[in-house]
Design a protein around this ligand. Structure first.
Ligand code: ATP
Ligand code: MG
Length: 416
């Protein structure tokens, strides 16, 4: 084998891609119900867009970005997440002027140079939504409710919604001081990453997956106890709305997010079926990001979800919801005349939106029947040399095995 896909990337082959299509179709229909419209942004952007929005001290910016210089010596980065590009586009095209609340969804590949393992790739796919322009807690609840509904609708039977508030620039420094105080004397015992986090953004130590760090932080002061009046009210209202929408949630005071731009509401949906990479979906408010990227202060909220992880869970649940689409008809032929007829019949059937296929390898009838089976065809039309002369063909139902002779002119009506 001369060439192989790069470490941490994967091909989605035809016997998998139908699952992706069905998943994407389902998602799109849900987004439409909530009145979100699609946005497609470039796969690469100026590096500075990501360093400014995601935050210099995050794992993504410090270790995970695919950054390179192009021919013009500009620093370019393959997008590691979707929000930065969406907000850039929102500002560049003044979407906020056209509508005070802009509700967007996206699908796309993201790129992070991390150690590949189950549920963690270097090129992976996310879907996400962003609602830009409102600070209203009912919007937080709508979005969290939508994320939960997506899990249900696509058939995830086991998941848990974690909810927290990570405050704002008014209350965060108060908690930060307390946390630093708590950690004093203990910093020597945390991992190297957490030593850096301690210096630069101590709240992010809660995001560390290492046991020794988690143990050390067990009794650490949590943000939720230090929320300012406004953040506390907002959080309470989000929970009220969620209860009104009958969305089950679990308050998790240790939940923080890996990106700096989050404020107030933070949430994640986890599935126990996934093992250590258990987060299907993560999101929250980012009320400061639009301003950080040069716009007027504009509150916003969104989430991003890993499509590979959803597919993984669905596979572990034996793909309950996903069925491959079949072709309606396979036309098996013997002889040149039948082949010419089949070629025209395929065209006519497709014009009528009937999915069909025929043989292009001049195989034996037996081999063609095998092919029809492999293609999962509902029916097979067998046109032999003799039948062709008589203007007849045999139609076989692949499910029941039933066969009947029909006139060649009748095929379209029978299948319609
Ligand atoms: P994790 O803690 O699992 O590293 P994260 O906080 O880095 O996740 P986000 O940036 O919030 O993840 O991305 C949202 C979702 O995208 C994750 O919940 C996950 O489902 C998916 N995701 C993130 N990184 C990867 C990856 N390297 N491979 C596959 N999916 C990923
Ligand atoms: Mg990560």
């Amino acid at each position: 084998m001369k060439h192989k896909a790069l470490y941490g990337t994967h091909d989605i082959l035809p016997d998998e891609s139908f699952k992706w299509q069905s998943f994407e179709d389902k998602l799109k229909s849900i987004f439409v119900l909530y009145n979100y419209k699609e946005i497609r942004t470039p796969i690469f952007e100026e590096t500075e867009l990501f360093t400014r929005s995601i935050g210099q001290e995050t794992d993504i910016v410090q270790k995970e970005m695919y950054t390179f210089f192009d021919q013009g010596k500009r620093s370019i980065t393959l997008r590691p997440e979707g929000t930065a590009g969406v907000v850039r586009a929102y500002l560049e095209h003044n979407l906020g002027e056209k509508s005070p609340l802009v509700k967007l969804f996206y699908f796309g590949s993201m790129f992070r140079q991390e150690r590949p393992q189950k549920g963690r790739l270097r090129q992976f796919n996310q879907f996400g939504i962003e609602a830009i322009g409102s600070a209203d807690p009912s919007l937080d609840a709508e979005i969290i409710g939508m994320a939960a509904r997506i899990c249900q609708e696509v058939g995830i039977t086991e998941f848990k919604l974690h909810l927290n508030s990570i405050g704002c620039p008014v209350c965060r420094p108060v908690h930060r001081d307390k946390l630093l105080e708590f950690m004093r004397g203990k910093v020597g015992d945390v991992c190297d990453d957490c030593k850096t986090r301690f210096m630069r953004n101590p709240l992010r130590m809660f995001d560390c997956k290492k046991k020794e760090c988690a143990d050390l932080l067990k009794d650490a002061p949590v943000m939720i106890d230090f929320l300012c009046e406004e953040c506390r009210t907002h959080y309470r209202q989000v929970k009220n709305y969620l209860s009104g929408l009958e969305v089950n949630y679990f308050e998790d005071p240790r939940l923080v997010r890996g990106l700096d731009y989050y404020t107030r509401t933070a949430f994640e949906i986890k599935s126990s079926l996934l093992g250590s990479q258990d987060t299907l979906c993560g999101g929250g408010r980012y009320d400061l990001l639009v301003e950080e990227l040069g716009g007027t202060p504009t509150p916003a909220i969104g989430f991003a979800a890993g499509m590979e992880r959803f597919i993984l869970v669905l596979q572990m649940q034996k793909d309950l919801m996903i069925e491959e689409k079949k072709i309606k008809l396979f036309i098996a032929t013997l002889g040149d005349e039948a082949k010419v007829f089949a070629s025209k019949l395929c065209k006519d059937l497709r014009q009528k939106n009937i999915a069909c296929d025929t043989d292009y390898l001049q195989r034996s009838l037996k081999a063609q029947m095998k092919e029809a089976n492999r293609q999962n065809a509902e029916k097979v039309l067998i046109i032999g040399e003799e039948e062709m002369k008589k203007g007849k063909a045999v139609l076989r139902d692949m499910q029941t095995g039933e066969q009947k002779e029909i006139g060649l002119g009748e095929v379209e009506q029978i299948l319609d």
